[in-house]
Design a binder for this molecule. Sequence first.
Ligand code: PLP
Length: 412
Amino acid sequence: MQTLTQSRFRYGNGIRLIDDSGVEYLDAVSGTFNLSLGYNHPHIVEKVQEQVGNLTHMSSSFTEPYVNDVLEKLTEIAPNGIDAGWMRDITGSTANECAVKIAQKYTQSSDIISLYLSHHGQSQFATGISGNAFRRKKFPNSAAANSVHVPAPYCYRCPFNSSGPNCGFQCIEAISDHIEYASSGSVACMIIEPILGNGGNIIPPEGYFERLRKLCDEYSIILIADEVQTGIGRTGYMYASELFNIQPDIITLAKGLGGIGIPVAAVLMQSRLDVLEKHEHSFTSGSNLLSLIAAKSTLEVVSEPGFLDEVKLKGEILRELLHELAPKYKCIGEARGVGLMWGLEIVDSQGAPDVVKANAIIERAFTDQHLILRGSRYGLGNVVKVRPSLTVTTDELVEITERLESVLQSVN
Ligand SMILES: Cc1ncc(COP(=O)(O)O)c(C=O)c1O
């Protein structure tokens, strides 16, 4: 029996991975949530191959026209007057660092607020601003200076034991308290994931972002939406900021922007925030031509008329399938999500997070059903994620849930 780490995959086709012996696995999580268009979307493959033949790399002093092609597309429909951008990163981690640098330089303030359970990357700084101490424990430099963490709007396990539409938004009050009492008194920005992805597919309640925007305005804090997971159509909208009406000042993107897994990142901002000098944030492979061509061709596909409508439709089908499945299994406390970004909260008989069972589901899905799922290791660890590529077919959505159900029957 193949285990997750022993497998050697040779090919990818759509949402399928094919191993050495020709066995197909159904990837329900888009690789590392980055394969927005699956493993081998022909348009991206063609454009990247063509680019490899022509020119792979040149100094970022010369790549501006290519960068502008991508930024033009990204800013065309970006929310809240976002009309400028920066593309000298290939990872979400450094894109988030770039966003923080921008906010600090612009505001001349220091502190960064982020949410418990958030994940903003794995560089030391990005680890520092991410909301889980166990990830910093062995690395003393990872406790980022000026980083303040605040409770997440995790309604299923509300940190304030509130519930319902009249909960009083104590999670927002807590941010205000932290600014007043726990910060250095000089706050530059707040960085949030529209949906806390690795933290457990946590979706803030209606009204949260409206209050958050108000609070940021009150304190002149730059609001950064880390859309590394939620951007590029994942929720059925190009930006989740649009869906949730977040009104961010800066948006960071990576993962899905590369379509078939080509590394690329972008930082989008209102032009008042376009304050960095080129030497202040730049990497050798940032704005390399393969990344830029992958981003451009991915955007061509995602912005085709009807593409995002189709994602919304498939998102509704996935919602129905998972909402039908969840009540049948006691171990599923909640199935939550939007578009093609879903998570199953796995609980024990007392409703506590059941990490062992979540991991067993993921392991068995792979070995018994050839279904690839992932967990929420950076959160409480008990959420099983279902997030196929945007190109998934309706039949494949049914296939994913059928295989998942077989696993649930065997572990329940
Ligand atoms: C929301 C979010 N932000 C940032 C990152 C970091 O991106 P990268 O791994 O490309 O550095 C991730 C990666 O998982 C992420 O999920």
